[in-house]
Design a protein around this ligand. Sequence first.
Ligand code: GLU
Length: 489
Amino acid sequence: MNHNVVTRFAPSPTGFMHVGGVRTALYAWLFARKHDGRFILRIEDTDKEREVAGSIPHIIESLKWLGIAWDEGVDIGGPHAPYLQSERLALYRTYAEKLLASGHAYPDPYSESELEALRTKATEEKRPFLFRDHRPATISPWDGTAPLRFRAPRIARYEWDDLARGHLGAGEEAIDDFILIKGDGYPTYNLAHIVDDIEMGVTHVMRGEEFISSTPKFLSLYEALGATPPAFVTMPVILGPDGKKKLSKRDGAKDILDYRAEGYLPEAMVNFLALLGWNPGTEQEFFSPEELIQAFELSHIQASGAGFDETKLRSVNQHWMRLLPTEEFLVHLEASPPSALGGEASKLDQEKLKMAVPLLKDRAHTFAEAQDMLSGELSCLFTAPVLDQGKLLQKEISDRPGVALSALESVCEALKSLPTDVSSEEVKVAIMPIADAEEAKGKGGRGAVLWPLRYALSGQEKSPDPFTLISILGTAESLSRIQKAIAIL
Ligand code: GLU
């Protein structure tokens, strides 16, 4: 246990949260919790042009839905407040002044047209244009209106140990003099995130592999500031189901809250995302958040890409749906999106709905799917079907007409001796002998009885077995449906 662990999730408010971002937050949170450390939510809003209105509440809602809770952050404050970078400009300015004073930064002296001329010259001479080749001989004072550039060191190549990827190196190309503070007074990501990670005492930085190539820049800035860099933990790329291409929108790179709308459970999403690039080193597949915190180890984060398997997500979700007590299951069902039924499970017979829960748990992988079933293959539990004579007779045998009719009549007799509330087992005991007798005659077999019975009750080719149907409908309603079928025949 390392109580000093501090991790952060530092999204830019540029839109919704997709699975990749959420997984980064999740790993940072799990690691902090495991070590009884702190987890920070910081918002990196220094690029005002890319900002999308409404992103911050959306990010907060996404994390809260998943139960990823922060100890300090934008909405709750904390010892390093504020946690919105646009409210920390004075701090970045102090750091910039420090770098200026120590000779590690200089105000960019060039106007747009001068820069253009320098670029054209470089192109003509067939060499790359680098700011570092045009550093001013004398450094003029900085009034904050010109961009402030970092005076990058000559050494280009850096090597470091990534806690997920092992030994890494980058920086074959010269690091150019990158901007620290832009002309609009906002810091760049390069400066701002480093200042914040230092100030907030961040010990471990989890982020995507697109940052590996910039790490030499970060390391040189840490050096110039005389600060120790945090440990880097590079997240595995998330690949599409084919395990090759990067995850596309169609494959699941969508807004995480869409999954909520489709009726996924947060426990399932967390379970699934944790295993998307991390493994416990055992065969265990299902983890509660508590179990994840216990089991989580950085050394078990894979270096290679992780394939996003929607089938797996669905089966993990079904697992968590099945664990819900009936009442809770129904609360989630109510909250799931409108279907053909109008999403109004509340309008259905609540007793029958409760009895349908085991059927839904058996069949549905999401609550949206469960809703669809209530208006589809399970609708017969709530509304009497319209029957088709041809379908009723589908299993008739040509040389013995009338089997369906006599079967339904025998079933009626058997049902009359049962109370209205019966278990499916009791129904089975009462009806199976009729089907068995048919089986003994050969030809149509049990289906000659069970098919017309199931169809009379459900009006559908695909439905739960007739014993379950009768136990949910009650014998009175079942008898009335079977009698209607008899009337048709
Ligand atoms: N604001 C950066 C982003 O959203 C964060 C990168 C980092 O974690 O340092 O990509």
